[in-house]
Design a protein. Structure first.
Length: 463
């Protein structure tokens, strides 16, 4: 009775000394609700958004590349391994809530010639710490939220890999399309060279006109060589993204960029933030740090542990259990003087929570910026593509008219060559503009996040 009274008095004194208003974890839900989120985006589309956004390009080869990358990419595999580590750590932390039982068995034979002198002993020890102030539960919640953050990291890795594959794929397709265009331009320039050579012999074209056209042919051949090198480098990059050797053949044929799909509906900013793995990962890290703060606070309070032991020793294990010795012990252990170590640990965890809160808020702002930037680039690039197409149509018309006047002897060749170069330059510029429009669309899809429901955290009981 006196021991029980003393224990209660110790607990009460500890609660009075340590239970001040500042000694508690933060209200994370309230902190998250404080974030400033706009009610809508500056622009939106009408097309239904999908997690498998790459399928909107209607490109079977891209679909195959992304599917292979999500299964074989080494960044994805590393993220999966880190996820398995976090899951195991959460399981280890949860095991601390359960009692532990250890057993031992020994056989002692002091005289081999006399079996009666042999004896056996068995003992069991069980221990359990009562989580009076929630420290163990806080540790479990911290580990579980850390695991959930790793799940979001795995989703982020998948999104990044899919976007990198799509980006490099359409960079490669654009280079292939440019090679085809340069081949056609080389044919045109070589035909013009023959015309100039004939005109030079007839006195209708100067030596400078001839050298200028030869230079144009050589420049086109140089562009072809450089573009082939760039295409080979893109193939190497794609092969590595797929987990292959850089020199492995991709086995793809596409050599023309697809049309830009309709603009996806961007939805409500709050929903987009909930769909972005980086935002959710930052939130779970904030929650995990807050639970670790609760664990540090609980460490300043007493701990109550129970232990039970049972042992048996004798020559006949088949006998009754009347000779078993058992004991049950309760221990109350609490800090008295630790040089301020536990208090400093609480302060450290409070600072970690503040850091994670700032990181979360920064991640939210960056996410909002990425979506708005992607929408702005998308809108501006669509307008740029349309203007480039109009400029190219005008340049071709001007070239055709000036070529006709040159044939009729009404115009110098230099003017015709200038018009040809302008048209050919705009042909290349249009490929670049359409490629960039696809790049900005990929950035928009990536900024919108997506659900990625194929990767889901286990429930707390399954961790």
């Amino acid at each position: 009775m006196r021991a029980d009274t003393s224990a209660r008095a110790y607990l009460l004194a500890s609660a009075i000394l340590l239970g001040g208003g500042c000694m508690r974890a933060r209200d994370v839900d309230a902190l998250i609700e404080e974030r400033a989120v706009p009610s809508s985006w500056s622009a939106t589309g009408d097309a239904e958004a999908s997690d498998r956004w790459w399928e909107a390009f209607d490109d079977p080869e891209l679909n195959n590349l992304v599917a292979e990358a999500l299964g074989e990419n080494l960044d994805v595999k590393m993220a999966a391994a880190r996820l398995a580590q976090a899951r195991a750590l959460a399981g280890v932390s949860r095991a601390a809530l359960s009692p532990s039982v250890d057993g031992s068995y020994a056989f002692i034979e002091s005289d081999p010639s006399n079996p009666a002198m042999a004896a056996s002993s068995i003992s069991f020890t069980a221990s359990y710490e009562i989580d009076l102030f929630g420290g163990a539960r806080s540790a479990v919640r911290a580990a579980e939220d850390s695991y959930r953050a790793s799940v979001e990291d795995a989703k982020s890795a998948m999104i990044a890999v899919a976007a990198n594959v799509a980006t490099n794929w359409y960079e490669l397709v654009a280079l292939r399309e440019r090679l085809a265009l340069l081949g056609r331009q080389l044919d045109v320039n070589e035909r013009y060279l023959k015309v100039v050579e004939a005109g030079n012999r007839q006195g209708r074209a100067t030596r400078a006109d001839l050298l200028q056209q030869r230079q144009q042919v050589l420049n086109t051949k140089t562009d072809i060589s450089a573009t082939r090198t760039q295409a080979a480098l893109r193939e190497h990059t794609l092969a590595v993204l797929l987990g292959r050797l850089p020199t492995d053949e991709l086995g793809t044929q596409r050599d023309a960029l697809p049309e830009l799909p309709p603009v996806p509906a961007t939805g409500v900013p709050a929903d987009v933030l909930r769909a972005r793995p980086d935002v959710m990962g930052a939130e779970y890290r904030l929650r995990s740090a807050n639970h670790s703060l609760g664990e540090a606070i609980a460490a300043r309070f007493p701990r109550l542990s129970l232990s039970a032991t049972g042992s048996y020793e004798g020559a006949d294990l088949g006998g009754t259990f009347d000779n078993w010795l058992t004991s049950l012990v309760g221990n109350l252990l609490g800090p008295i003087c630790d040089g301020g170590r536990r208090r400093r640990e609480v302060e450290r965890n409070e600072a970690v929570v503040e850091e994670r809160l700032a990181s979360y808020r920064k991640t939210v702002l960056e996410a909002l910026k990425e979506v708005e930037d992607a929408l702005e680039r998308e809108s501006g690039q669509r307008d740029f593509v349309a203007k480039t197409e109009s400029s190219l149509a005008l340049a071709r018309d001007i070239h055709d008219r000036q070529r006709a006047r040159y044939v009729n002897g009404q115009l110098d060749y230099a003017i015709v060559v200038g018009a040809l170069r302008s048209a050919q330059g705009l042909e290349s510029a249009l490929i670049d503009a359409r490629r960039n429009a696809l790049m900005f669309r990929i950035q928009l899809y990536r900024a919108l996040g997506g659900g990625w429901d194929s990767v889901e955290p286990a429930t707390p009981g399954e961790v």
